[in-house]
Design a protein around this ligand. Structure first.
Ligand code: NAI
Length: 362
């Protein structure tokens, strides 16, 4: 019998209040009837850390693993060794760095994601986060909730987005959508840094300029938005040194992956006032520990923190799309039909995408 294991987050009362919360253990991506029809065992759990977790117990004989980046089941090389039957990993969403892709390749386990399923959801969150930092929204709101009224305290750190230089590190599906959405704000310039160039017509449509040197790229920015996957060469790409390339007072929005940034270096840069703000929804470990520096960091005026839990790509609209996409991948696998090529991250021991680093084909 085929065994499908899904690691999802618990919805509790919220899943009852909102049946569209498909990504919860309670609503199980809507896949229970489908798995029952096939006579498959479908195990759904949120318990994912440590050797006594349901994840580590059930991965040993699961054929298919479904995970989401929001409550990631970290499939390490060691766990892959124990997963004797595993053939397919499906990421319900986008971003499969929580799976050791090189170890999956060694075992010829395929890893697929629902490409594009939440890219608009994230791009909208990025634009919102840029605005809330630049306009100093969070302290302004906190002040009102606290019963205070002090315009000067807020306005001294509030700017317009117009005429700023904004750059995306990674100009794929999300990065490009961010650029598209920023055009009406009339920035001074839109820049991007990516080893893959945008097609000329796409570049022209948003009037973006590619900068090939990271230092030169960062040095021009008022706002940095990070939109590349986490892999060997992007881990910690924003660190003490690269932060120093940014102009004093720059703002950073990272909705890509927490581990792209060195947490302590970002917190130090904010606290010293070198950067004016940091916002996003991704953390190197999720759920983030209660003492993570990004929960409490603030700029010298108590400003500049726009962090939230990982939810930008799990809006109810996105959940519908990634639940449907997960079912499609599962059904293609069951029937032996071809998978949508852009959904494939690794298969047959090779990377099928150019987004996870510049790699030579074997
Ligand atoms: P994509 O594959 O369409 O684009 C990624 C781009 O990053 C590619 O153009 C690639 O060449 C570029 N890139 C890779 N390594 C780079 C490097 N070293 N330097 C510069 N550019 C580099 O992916 P998409 O759909 O835009 O998603 C990007 C990432 O966003 C995902 O991998 C995931 O980590 C994150 N994400 C976060 C979500 C959230 O809820 N916060 C939801 C969806 C995705």
């Amino acid at each position: 019998m085929v065994k499908v294991l899904a690691i999802l987050y618990d919805g509790g009362e919220h899943a009852v209040q909102q049946p569209k919360l498909l990504g919860t253990t309670e609503n199980s991506l809507g896949l229970k009837p489908y798995c029952e029809e096939q006579g498959w065992e479908y195990v759904v759990t949120s318990s994912k850390e440590g050797k006594d977790s349901e994840f580590q117990k059930h991965i040993k004989d699961a054929d298919v693993l479904i995970t989401t980046p929001f409550h990631p089941g970290y499939l390490t090389a060691d766990l892959i060794k124990t997963a004797k039957n595993l053939k397919l990993c499906i990421t319900a969403g986008v971003g499969s760095d929580h799976i050791d892709l090189n170890a999956a390749n060694e075992r010829k386990i395929s890893v697929l994601e629902v490409t594009g399923s939440n890219v608009v959801s994230v791009a909208e969150h990025v634009v919102m986060s840029i605005l809330l930092l630049v306009r100093n929204f969070v302290p302004a709101h906190e002040q009102i909730m606290a019963g205070d009224w002090n315009v000067a305290a807020i306005a001294k750190d509030a700017y317009d987005l117009e005429a700023k230089v904004i750059g995306t590190l990674g100009a794929g599906r999300i990065g490009y959508r961010v650029l598209q959405r920023l055009v009406p704000f009339e920035p001074k310039e839109l820049l991007y840094y990516d080893y893959q160039s945008l097609p000329a017509d796409a570049e022209k449509a948003v009037n973006a300029r590619r900068v090939e040197d990271l230092k030169e790229f960062l040095g021009q920015l008022d706002v940095l938005t990070i939109n590349c996957p986490l892999h060997e060469t992007t881990r910690g790409i924003i660190n003490k040194e690269t932060l120093s390339y940014l102009k004093k007072g720059a703002w950073i929005v990272n909705t890509a992956r927490g581990a792209l940034c060195v947490a302590e270096d970002v917190a130090a840069a904010l606290e010293s006032g070198h950067i004016a703000g940091y916002a996003g929804d991704v953390w190197a470990q999720q759920p983030a520990p209660s003492d993570h520096p990004w929960r409490s960091m603030r700029g010298p005026h108590g400003n500049g923190n726009g962090m939230v839990a990982h939810y930008s790509g799990t809006t109810l609209d996105a959940q519908q799309r990634y639940a449907a996409g997960t079912k499609k991948i599962l059904d293609n696998w069951r029937t032996g039909s071809a998978q949508t090529p852009s959904d494939i991250i690794v298969t047959d021991g090779e990377y099928a995408t150019k987004a996870y680093g510049q790699r030579e084909k074997k």
